[in-house]
Write a protein that binds this ligand. Structure first.
Ligand code: SAH
Length: 353
């Protein structure tokens, strides 16, 4: 996101979103404006504590705050609505972006710590048949700053340190590759959120060229692949991306990724009643993943309004899990959080309207 210096008349400036301005550019600005270099650290710390106005930067002199406000903005991402679950500590945040678009993110708390699930795009182009995120269309990629703001503002609102990042909200992160990778590196930066890369997960529906590219990043984050089916016929009908990147090619890319990185892949498999949850499906899954350094994460399918799919009943989920486990594949069933506020996998959408 590059700001223009002036409009046609030359009288006004486009202001840059401060969360999108890197450390180097900000310290350069401070030098150019002839403020003392230590001001950089103060501003930088305020940002990651989640301020959204310059007046909240209380230890800065007024002239510096005024100059910042002339060149930068902090209000590109504003809280529109927050829903807190009555069942657990989950909260869903709806953000309004400067161009009127909306996105959602989710805060979760587990025994292992806190977690934020961020959106990577405004809407999604992947068109998965069972997912609400596809339904309201696609507008644009999020910037790195818009990704970071979701974490900063949720950390501030919850008054908690954020321990885990999952890029599993609205959008296909591998389509917004550079911003997502920049975001993960920034989350890891000790001067930003200082979150271990091992506590970050990126989920993709299976965009093969980007999986290869990601393998070369040397980032020990967890790669999750949304699998959801074990035959091309079914997977193509549920997930259109499979027509472009069919299962056997996807599995080859995953094996390459594992060889190159030595890292375990997490395969997500959402169970929908009568669609992909039979014992045969489970056995085919075991065969598909046989010998791979991987883990299966079963997601009990979540209901999405106006969609034909229903989550599998508990006994079928358990039966499926047992077959996969007996087949020697490490498997867990994802816990349902935020079920009363439509905050579960596949329930986030671009707009509430
Ligand atoms: N586009 C990426 C990131 C989204 S992650 C991806 O496809 O992986 C969200 C996860 O929730 C994906 O695994 C997605 O397939 C899954 N999901 C979508 N709709 C769902 C539903 N109704 N029930 C359960 N999981 C769902």
């Amino acid at each position: 996101m590059e700001a223009d210096d002036s409009d046609d008349t030359g009288t006004s400036k486009d202001k840059r979103y401060l969360y999108d301005v890197g450390a180097n550019a900000l310290s350069q600005w401070i030098e150019n404006e002839e403020f003392p270099p230590y001001r950089f650290r103060q501003i930088w710390q305020w940002l990651w504590r989640g301020v959204n106005s310059f007046d909240q930067m209380t230890d800065l002199p007024k002239d510096l705050r005024d100059r910042l406000a002339e060149d930068f903005v902090l209000d590109h991402v504003l809280l529109e609505k927050k829903l807190s679950s009555h069942l657990d500590e989950t909260a869903k945040y709806l953000w309004k972006l400067h161009d009127g678009e909306t996105i959602e993110s989710v805060f979760m708390s587990y025994k292992a710590g806190t977690s934020v699930c961020v959106s990577s795009q405004v809407g999604c182009q992947m068109g998965c048949d069972f997912c609400a995120s596809s339904k309201a269309g696609f507008a644009r990629d999020l910037t790195t700053g818009e990704l970071l703001a979701q974490v900063a503002f949720i950390g501030k609102d919850q008054a908690r340190r954020i321990d885990h990042i999952v890029v599993m909200g609205i959008g296909e992160p591998m389509q917004n590759y550079d911003h997502v990778v920049g975001f993960l590196r920034a989350c890891n930066d000790p001067a930003i959120f200082n979150i271990s890369m091992r506590k970050m997960t990126v989920s993709t529906c299976g965009i093969i060229p980007q999986i290869h590219k990601f393998a070369g990043e040397d980032m020990p984050v967890t790669l999750a692949i949304s699998l959801h089916a074990t035959t091309n016929r079914l997977r193509s009908s549920l997930m259109p991306i499979n027509r472009l990147y069919p299962l056997e090619d996807l599995m080859d890319a995953c094996r390459d990724y594992i060889d190159k990185t030595g890292r375990r892949i997490s395969f997500e498999y959402a169970l929908f009643s009568g669609v992909n949850d039979s014992p045969d499906d489970a056995r085919r899954l075991v065969k598909l993943l046989d010998g791979m350094l991987c883990h299966v994460n079963i997601i009990p399918g979540n209901d999405v309004p106006d969609m034909p799919y229903k989550g599998s009943p508990k006994d079928r989920v358990e039966n499926f899990r047992q077959i996969v486990q007996t087949g020697g594949i490490p498997v867990t069933v994802r816990r349902e959080l935020g079920a009363d506020i439509m905050a579960a996998c596949g329930q986030l959408r671009r707009s509430n309207t």
